[in-house]
Ligand binder design. Structure first.
Ligand code: ZN
Length: 202
């Protein structure tokens, strides 16, 4: 025969979050009522994003979990923090969800960033091509995917790449680098200040 551990617990414990306005319309079942509580009561759903499945089909689920904003997918894991820096996500006030070390068919592992209620200009997004040229961008407005695109190298790069010429003024003065992209296919860039040409991805 089972013994009840708390025999004299007649005083109901105060519920957490009673004053917080949590789903005031649904009366929550009380704990400790002795197991008669129906398990079929649907729990209130917490926003989206919380319960994203991490199964194999996660990609579409993760993408669709954002209802309004920008999804940056297929970020190489070792580039995630560079992407965060480039887009200044640390200064953002909207909700940013980051997935790190997710499984990917194409890449093995990947990272993904979902930014709610924020849409970037092509210039901002194209900066990403320097650190993560193969990311996939999905623009979602009111639950609908309105655009999917890749990034491409912009014509000019400011403050992202360092000049390989040690004598270049940008390596000797506290100033931003400035490159012209001379060949978008091969990723050849030319320093605006010293004309040194270098390959972007190496
Ligand atoms: Zn230079």
């Amino acid at each position: 025969m089972k013994k009840t551990l708390s025999q004299s617990h007649t005083t109901p414990l105060p519920r957490e979050g009673q004053g917080g306005g949590v789903s005031a319309s649904t009366p929550l079942p009380r704990e400790g009522q002795g197991g008669g509580v129906s398990a079929s009561t649907p729990l209130p759903r917490e926003g989206q994003g919380g319960g994203v499945s991490e199964s194999g089909a996660s990609r579409s689920l993760i993408v669709s979990a954002l209802d309004h904003g920008t999804v940056i997918d297929h970020i190489p894991c070792d580039r995630l923090f560079e992407v965060i820096n480039l887009l200044h996500l640390d200064q953002m006030t909207s909700k940013v969800t980051i997935g790190f070390n997710l499984k990917s068919h194409k890449m093995g592992t990947k990272s993904i960033i979902k930014i709610a209620d924020r849409f970037f200009t092509d210039d901002e997004l194209n900066q990403l091509s320097v650190v993560a040229p193969n990311v996939t961008l999905t623009i979602i407005r009111d639950y609908e995917v309105v655009e999917k695109k890749q990034v491409c190298l912009p014509d000019e790069l400011r403050g992202i790449v360092r000049c390989n010429n040690p004598k270049c003024i940008t390596n000797n003065e506290p100033m931003q680098t400035f490159f012209h992209v001379t060949n978008k296919q091969t990723g050849i860039i030319r320093c605006h200040y010293c004309n040194h040409e270098q390959e972007l991805r190496k």
